[in-house]
Design a protein around this ligand. Structure first.
Ligand SMILES: Cc1cc2nc3c(=O)[nH]c(=O)nc-3n(C[C@H](O)[C@H](O)[C@H](O)COP(=O)(O)O)c2cc1C
Length: 174
């Protein structure tokens, strides 16, 4: 089983990347590739830009990564209650090539933030819209107060209740 994991963030210090990466370690016998959204940076999407440059290879490559996977783990960073511009831009370009961006893949959707809200707003948006993009959402989990619940030195969730919830979420992919 091949899992593609990524944070919907382009931060080099992304806490969502840490969470998504850790989540994949909870499953045995899986192949994991963690994507970095910086590898898919494209001009700001507009219909004018699309007429000018067509379909960027980076958007095609992003869709191919999803196509070649058996499951997705995405952890959403929240910027002002919504998606980061970096993720939304990749999503918009990709959706113009294939509206069904998630291609029927089983998905675990996560989110985290330093605050108690745990980026729950963007997670709800992602969960609610996933079916329109052929996302098969198996589990969602928002992790609040990241720095209190994640051991940065060991790169593990230290809150046992959240760890159990995350383990159950990841097992839903099997
Ligand atoms: C422009 C901006 C807006 C933000 N808005 C929110 C927000 O609405 N809710 C929230 O919980 N955190 C917000 N944050 C804080 C992020 O949760 C925090 O930067 C987090 O580290 C982002 O995840 P990442 O590290 O995976 O990129 C915001 C941060 C930035 C830079």
């Amino acid at each position: 089983m091949k899992i593609i994991a990524f944070a919907a963030s382009n931060s080099s210090k992304s806490i969502n990347k840490k969470l998504a990466t850790y989540a994949t370690t909870l499953l045995d016998n899986v192949e994991v590739e963690v994507l970095d959204l910086n590898d898919y940076e494209m001009p700001l999407f507009s219909e004018d830009k699309e007429l000018e440059i067509g379909q960027p290879d980076k958007a095609k490559n992003f869709l191919k990564k999803i196509a070649d996977s058996d499951a997705l783990v995405i952890s959403f960073a929240e910027h002002n209650g919504s998606y980061t511009a970096a993720y939304k831009n990749i999503f918009d370009w990709s959706s113009r090539i294939n509206t069904k961006v998630f291609q029927k893949k089983p998905m675990v959707l996560l989110s985290t933030s330093p605050g108690p809200g745990g980026a729950a707003s963007v997670l709800a948006a992602a969960e609610n819209s996933a079916p329109y993009f052929d996302g098969d959402v198996r589990a969602v989990l928002s992790v609040p107060s990241f720095y209190e619940n994640f051991d940065l030195e060991l790169s593990v969730i230290k809150n046992t209740e959240i760890k159990t919830q995350l383990l159950n979420a990841m097992r839903s992919l099997l």
